[in-house]
Write a protein that binds this ligand. Structure first.
Ligand SMILES: Cc1ncc(COP(=O)(O)O)c(C=O)c1O
Length: 388
């Protein structure tokens, strides 16, 4: 059975580990924008910002070009710079560490918890120095960090708390939505994310910081093009700080507003696929399925298994090769630890045994709402087949 309301071409070649699910509503919204005569940041981006602000219960939200842009603006808006340290995981995408480096600060990597692959408040506290200015957590795969504990820790040490919620647009823990506890939070609308707009990102959080980020993200100009349009002469502006250009276009926002609204439906499907995988694969020797902690509503951006090469019949890379070569099933790896990558390799780091072991064992199986029930069965049978 094909999942209802699919509007994507049937794919040929390997089953992708992730692909977007675009319907007629998204197409209609984009066409409406194309016909409107207003393509850049305007009414659709503003609508998206209002929706995000209301759903998260935060003071403000700003729609930008990517999660990376949102991260860069976060550190700039918070005034983090040369001489400052930011505590963050190494088991993540390079975007946050790169943004920290771009503002002249130093990422201080801490090891992750072996069950959730998230950093813990205890590990963060142990890494604090007199130079620490912020903690930038990342909700691995869509399972949130313990944000109540992180909020208390950040307040106790007067640190800024940033949530890289790129994986967790629709996730919660202990009654807190991802993105609602940080001083600033960032989300990704990249093509493979749980709400996909091709490229795109969101910055949400404290009103003063988001306002400063908004200024920095539109050249430092004191009003947006949409605000000036019709009301003021378009050239009637002042540049108050030397800013950058990171605003989301309304073409992207048109796609994003519809995808954002569909998150409950998407997450329900991701969750059902995850449950089917766990039911079928949990008993395989040497394969660890994801553990969802009590109180967590998982966003299921990733269905991440760990392969213990001493117990399983093959290692992670061999499993990935078998799935794609024998069964035409693509998988992915999240992540190469950032401390092992070029610009970070020569820095001094704390030991990160869990990060390194997990990174060598982790494999992301296909888990997205564009998958049919047959696709899910195919993945299950292929994995079980490798074990038999
Ligand atoms: C944890 C994390 N943060 C940030 C990003 C960057 O997102 P974007 O491509 O929207 O800049 C990614 C992208 O995959 C990510 O996985």
């Amino acid at each position: 059975m094909r999942h209802p309301s699919i509007c994507v071409p049937a794919h040929s070649g390997p089953l992708p580990w992730n692909r977007p699910l675009i319907g007629e509503a998204e197409i209609a919204e984009v066409v409406d924008t194309l016909r409107s005569g207003w393509l850049t940041h305007g009414p659709k981006a503003t609508r998206l910002e209002h929706t995000v602000k209301e759903r998260l219960g935060v003071e403000d939200a700003f729609a930008v070009t990517s999660c990376t842009a949102a991260l860069h603006l976060s550190f700039l808006a918070a005034g983090i710079g040369a001489g400052d340290e930011v505590i963050t995981p190494s088991l993540t995408f390079c975007a946050a560490p790169n943004a920290i480096r771009q503002v002249g600060a130093r990422p201080v990597f801490v090891d992750v918890d072996p069950v959730t692959l998230n950093i813990t408040p205890e590990a963060a506290e142990a890494a604090m120095t007199s130079l620490t200015r912020a903690i930038a957590v990342m909700h691995y795969g869509g399972q949130m960090c313990d944000m109540r504990a992180f909020r208390k820790l950040a307040d106790r040490h007067r640190l800024l708390l940033i949530e890289d919620a790129a994986h967790a647009l629709h996730a919660s823990r202990d009654g807190l939505r991802a993105g609602s506890a940080g001083d600033l939070s960032t989300f990704s609308l990249y093509a493979n994310k749980v709400a996909a707009a091709g490229e795109g990102g969101l910055l949400a959080g404290r009103g003063d910081l988001v306002q400063q980020a908004r200024l920095l993200g539109r050249h430092g100009i004191d009003s947006s093009a949409w605000q000036r349009h019709g009301k003021r002469n378009t050239a009637d502006y002042e540049v108050t700080v030397p800013g950058l250009k990171y605003v989301m276009s309304d073409v992207t926002a048109a796609l994003a507003v519809v995808q954002y609204d569909r998150l409950p439906e998407f997450t329900q499907r991701r969750s059902a696929i995850a449950a089917a995988y766990t039911r079928a694969l949990a008993g395989l020797p040497g394969l660890t399925t994801p553990t969802v902690l009590p109180g967590v509503e998982h966003g299921w951006f990733l269905y991440a298994v760990l392969i213990d090469p001493d117990v399983a019949p093959l290692d992670r890379d061999q499993l990935a090769a078998a799935l794609v070569e024998r069964h035409l099933i693509s998988t992915s790896v999240h992540f190469k630890p950032v401390h092992t990558l070029g610009p970070y390799r020569d820095m001094v780091h704390r030991p990160m045994p869990v990060t390194e072991t997990s990174a060598a064992r982790q494999l992301s199986l296909p888990c997205c709402p564009a998958m049919t029930d047959e696709d899910v069965e195919r993945v299950i049978n292929a994995v079980i087949g490798v074990w038999s």
